[in-house]
Design a binder for this molecule. Structure first.
Ligand SMILES: [Zn+2]
Length: 458
């Protein structure tokens, strides 16, 4: 038995000091610190630091296999470990081949499982070609059986192997996914608006950061959310909107929730901290899709997290080769993405908790419990409960530090947070009872320790 001593946990909105007992990677007992100690062979004294159920990042692109010059499962999950993230869910489209059938799923799992430092789950995929041939009717139930958390759709896509879906295609696939009780996750930016205005900007010879924002015009996000909500109103399937960036998009999600649709949404630290103004100053480093918006959008996203209309926080971790893919003076030639997983927890403590926007209890839900519940991982993940996996994100809440991007474990050693003082640092990361990161020592886990976690949604 292992004892985690003096763990400060958030319970019913209160802080409570407990000792947590772990056996075979699971939580065996949780006992107030004043009670008598139970016998244990090993002890980790966490000295009253805050202990959360392991944080889950449900939206990452670890690029393996296929784009490993940008990131791979080893560097991606190592970066997760250093950032206090104990489970990641990898997207289906930024590996080759995309996870669109059982064979591709097995192939990817075989390659990545010996590299993972933290536990991981997979998103599945569908292509328009599979809808055309009706192959999706076989591939989706098989992927469901293998344990995917849901399927990712794009309303606009620059990926050759993973094109966007039309409304009729989404309607068909959403119907099957309703039967299978799978979440449909959508990257919502209307392709007609994005394609046309991006074309126009480039035709005008614009190369500045603002031309990227103007091309991927504001209305594209609410327009695409309305379109998919329109389908979900007919089909009544489970919908999830990824990386929400606009106030107007959020208002549609609120409307859909008020009207009884089963819809959830996530946003990312980059949309909660930075705006189009920062993009103008920092340039390519902050190039992302959808682009950064205005201050009023950013503040509304915080409100959405607070009032429950946004369900959780993910990173959309996507590393470009640095500096090659992130330093062209022409914004259109740069890679769109930020490797954010190592900083997400710290930045949410800094900008969320310390700046008074979120409570610790809210952060616990937004970074862990709500994600696990939505994707069928709860209560194995997302809870400090007897019987749950002993995954913990342990935080030194007041520690101030300054990020040097060379310290990132990701292959992409760049960050818009570079040089900023952040208050809140990961103290320990524990996955199934094993310490895999310690502040003074760095990542001390082993690759291959991370396990594939099957979604249990039925
Ligand atoms: Zn993404």
């Amino acid at each position: 038995m292992l004892r985690i001593r003096k763990a400060r946990i958030v319970k019913d909105k209160q802080l409570e000091m407990v000792n947590i007992y772990i056996e075979k990677g699971k939580i065996k007992d949780i006992i107030p610190v004043d009670n008598a100690l139970l016998p244990a062979e090993k002890e980790i004294d966490v000295k009253g630091n805050l202990v959360f159920p392991g944080f889950i990042d449900a939206h990452v692109h670890f690029d393996d296999p296929g784009f490993t010059e940008r990131e791979d499962f080893e560097t991606g999950t190592k970066s997760a470990a250093a950032g206090g993230i104990t489970t990641i869910i990898d997207m289906p489209c930024t590996s080759i081949p995309p996870v669109t059938n059982e064979k591709n799923f097995n192939y990817k799992l075989e390659i990545v499982k010996s590299k993972a430092y933290v536990d991981f789950a997979f998103w599945g995929g569908v292509t328009p070609e599979q809808v055309e041939s009706e192959e999706y009717k076989k591939s989706l139930p098989a992927l469901k059986e293998r344990g995917i958390v849901g399927v990712k759709f794009y309303t606009v896509s620059g990926m050759q192997l993973y094109p966007r879906m039309s409304i009729p295609d989404m309607d068909k696939v959403f119907r099957l996914m309703k039967e299978l009780n799978l979440v449909c996750a959508v990257h919502a930016e209307d392709c007609n608006l994005v394609d046309y205005y991006s074309y126009l900007m480039q035709k005008m010879g614009r190369e500045d950061p603002e031309s990227w924002s103007e091309g991927r015009t504001y209305a594209a996000e609410p327009a695409a959310i309305w379109l998919v909500v329109g389908i979900v109103q007919k089909v009544r399937n489970k919908l999830h909107i990824v990386h929400l960036s606009t106030k107007e998009g959020l208002n549609i999600i609120r409307w859909a929730k008020d009207h009884g649709l089963d819809i959830s949404a996530e946003t990312c630290p980059q949309y909660l901290v930075f705006t189009a103004e920062d993009f103008k100053k920092q340039g390519a480093i902050l190039k992302i899709a959808p682009p950064l918006r205005q201050k009023e959008d950013r503040e509304e996203l915080w409100k959405g997290l607070k009032d429950g209309s946004i369900d959780f926080i993910c990173t959309d971790h996507a590393a470009g080769r640095y500096p090659e893919e992130k330093s062209s003076p022409n914004i259109w030639k740069n890679y769109a993405g930020i490797p954010g997983i190592q900083l997400a927890a710290s930045t949410i403590f800094h900008y969320g908790y310390h700046l008074g926007r979120l409570t610790l209890g809210e952060i616990q839900k937004l970074m862990s419990e709500n994600v696990a519940r939505r994707y069928g991982l709860y209560p194995q993940k997302g809870a400090i409960k007897i019987g749950s996996d002993a995954d913990f994100t342990i935080v030194d809440l007041d520690k101030k530090w300054v990020l040097n991007p060379s310290e990132l474990e990701s292959k992409g050693k760049y960050s818009p947070f570079s040089g900023k003082e952040i208050r809140g640092k990961i103290y320990l990361t524990i996955v199934r009872g094993k310490v895999i990161y310690r502040e003074e020592e760095g990542v001390i886990g082993e690759k291959g320790y991370g396990q594939f976690i099957k979604s249990k949604s039925r």
